[in-house]
Design a protein around this ligand. Structure first.
Ligand SMILES: *[C@@H]1O[C@H](CO)[C@@H](O)[C@H](O)[C@H]1NC(C)=O
Ligand SMILES: *[C@@H]1O[C@H](CO)[C@@H](O)[C@H](O)[C@H]1NC(C)=O
Length: 426
C-alpha cells in the first residue's frame, strides 16, 4: 500500500504557496493567520498511515463533500492512487540507479519552455466527457505528456482540465461540487508526482458560489494550485454576472496575487428554462465558438468592471485573446469612461497565451492595442490541439518577424516566471 505523505492536518503549507506576493507583507501575514485558522478548524484527524484514498475522502468529508455520489468514484480514486504509487517507485529507482542523471534531467535551464496552456485527460474523465467542443476528447496519458514535454523542450507545464471542467451535470449542485474536488485531487496527484515539472490550475464548482469559494481555498491552500481555471460561462451565465461577484470578491481577498485562467467553453442559451448548446453553424463549437466565448466573457468582465475592482486578480487569456482583440474598440468606444483604464488592465494584469496556431497572423491584432510583449506567454493546448499542428504553431512563434530573439525567449519562459513568481519553485 502506498503511504500518503500529504496530510491536510499535519503537513505544513509550503512557504512559497503562502506568500504568493512578495510585495505585500501585511496581506501575506493576514493570509498566513487565516490559513492557520482554516487548518485548525479542520477536526477530522487523519492518521499518518492513511492511504491516498482515505485521505482524499476524509478531506472531502471535512468540507461536506460526498465523493461516493459519483458512480465512477472508485475507478477515479484508483487512478489517482496509481499516480502516487508510480511516482514513488520511479523516484526511488531513479535515485538509486543514477542520481546525477536524474538531477540533470530535472533541473530546468533558463531557456527551457514554460507551457501555461495544456490539459490532462485521465481515463475516467474521458469516459465521462467523450466529446469536447464538438470534437472527440483526445486520448492522454501522463507518460505521454511528459515525453511530449521532453520532445518540445518544455521544462514546466501548468496543467488544467479543459472545458467543461466540473460542469458535467448541469443543474445538479452535489454532483458538480464532488466532481470539482475529484478533478482537483487528480491534478494535484500529477503535480506531486512530478514536482519539478508540473503545476496546475484548479477548477471550481461555479455557478455555486459558496462551494466555489471553499474549493478555491482548499485547492490553493492545501493542494498547492498556482491558479484557478474558469470557463467562459457557467450554465449560460458569463463571468461578470452579479451572481459571481462574491466569488471574485472572496478570491481577491485571499491575499497576494491570484491567477484566473479563463478557458472558453460551449455557449448556451435558455429555451423554455432549459439550457441548449448554442451553435448556429455546422462546425464544432471548439473550432469557432470558443473564440467568441472568450470575447463574450471578457466583454462582460470589462463592462461590469469586475476586472477593475478586484485588483489582486491577474488573468491568463488563451489563444492571444481569441476573437476579443477584434472587438475591443467596438466595446470600449461606446463606454469611453472606462476605455483607458480597461486598456491599462489588459496591458498589466492580463497575460495572453499563444495556444494553437495563433502566431501566424492573429497575434498582430492584439499587439495593435499596444499590449506589451512582456504580457505574452507560451501554450500548446496539448493534447486537444492535434499533434500534427504542434510544430507549426511552435515555429510560428520562433519565426515571427514581430519579435526580437530576446522577446521570444521571454515569451517561452521569463514572462511566465514574472507572472507566477514564487508560486512555483523555478
Ligand atoms: C485504501 O483504503 C481504501 C478504503 O479503506 C481501500 O479500499 C483501498 O484498498 C486502500 N488502498 C490500498 C492501496 O491499500
Ligand atoms: C466596480 O466599481 C464600480 C464603482 O467604482 C461600480 O459601479 C461597479 O458596479 C463595480 N463592479 C463590480 C463587479 O464590483
Amino acid at each position: 500500500m502506498y503511504k500518503s505523505t500529504f496530510f491536510r492536518s499535519s503537513t505544513p503549507i509550503p512557504h512559497h504557496r503562502l506568500s504568493s506576493s512578495p510585495f505585500d507583507m501585511k496581506t501575506s501575514a493576514l493570509f498566513t493567520l487565516f490559513a492557520s485558522l482554516a487548518l485548525t478548524s479542520f477536526t477530522t484527524v487523519i492518521a499518518q498511515d492513511s492511504n491516498v484514498t482515505e485521505t482524499i475522502v476524509a478531506n472531502a468529508e471535512a468540507d461536506s463533500i460526498d465523493l461516493t455520489i459519483l458512480s465512477f468514484y472508485n475507478s477515479a480514486l484508483t487512478e489517482i492512487e496509481t499516480v502516487y504509487e508510480e511516482a514513488d517507485i520511479s523516484t526511488v529507482e531513479t535515485t538509486k540507479r543514477s542520481v546525477g542523471r536524474f538531477i540533470r534531467r530535472q533541473t530546468p535551464t533558463p531557456n527551457d519552455i514554460v507551457d501555461v496552456h495544456t490539459h490532462v485527460v485521465p481515463s475516467w474523465y474521458k469516459l465521462l466527457v467523450p466529446t469536447t467542443g464538438g470534437n472527440p476528447t483526445p486520448d492522454w496519458t501522463l507518460a505521454g505528456h511528459l515525453s511530449f514535454m521532453e520532445q518540445q523542450g518544455i521544462a514546466r507545464a501548468i496543467l488544467a482540465f479543459s472545458a467543461p471542467g466540473a460542469n458535467v451535470y448541469q443543474g445538479n449542485k452535489p454532483l458538480t461540487v464532488s466532481l470539482a474536488r475529484l478533478i482537483n485531487e487528480q491534478s494535484a496527484a500529477y503535480c506531486r508526482a512530478n514536482p519539478t515539472k508540473l503545476d496546475f490550475y484548479a477548477v471550481v464548482p461555479l455557478p455555486y458560489t459558496t462551494e466555489a469559494i471553499r474549493e478555491a481555498r482548499y485547492a490553493v491552500n492545501v493542494l498547492g494550485a498556482v491558479g484557478i481555471v474558469l470557463t467562459s460561462n457557467y450554465e449560460g451565465t458569463y463571468l461578470g454576472n452579479v451572481a459571481f461577484k462574491p466569488f471574485f470578491e472572496a478570491v481577491n481577498s485571499f491575499g497576494g496575487r491570484q491567477i484566473f485562467y479563463i478557458h472558453p467553453s460551449a455557449p448556451y442559451v435558455k429555451v423554455n428554462n432549459k439550457l441548449v448548446e448554442a451553435n448556429p453553424t455546422p462546425y464544432p463549437t471548439g473550432n469557432i465558438e470558443f473564440f467568441f466565448e472568450t470575447s463574450r466573457t471578457l466583454m462582460d468582465l470589462t463592462l461590469t468592471q469586475t476586472i477593475h475592482n478586484f485588483t489582486n486578480i491577474h488573468y491568463v487569456i488563451p489563444h492571444v485573446g481569441g476573437a476579443f482583440p477584434a472587438t475591443i474598440d467596438r466595446i470600449l468606444k461606446s463606454t469611453p469612461a472606462i476605455y483607458d483604464s480597461s486598456l491599462n488592465i489588459y496591458s498589466t494584469r492580463f497575460w495572453w497565451d499563444s495556444a494553437g496556431p495563433t502566431y501566424f497572423h492573429q497575434v498582430a491584432g492584439l499587439l495593435g492595442f499596444g499590449i506589451p510583449k512582456s504580457q505574452l506567454l507560451y501554450g500548446t493546448d496539448y493534447p486537444y490541439a492535434p499533434a500534427f499542428t504542434q510544430a507549426g504553431s511552435l515555429n510560428a512563434v520562433k519565426n515571427s518577424a514581430l519579435f526580437t530573439a530576446v522577446e521570444k525567449t521571454a515569451i517561452f519562459r521569463s514572462n511566465a516566471v514574472t507572472l507566477f513568481g514564487n508560486k512555483i519553485k523555478w
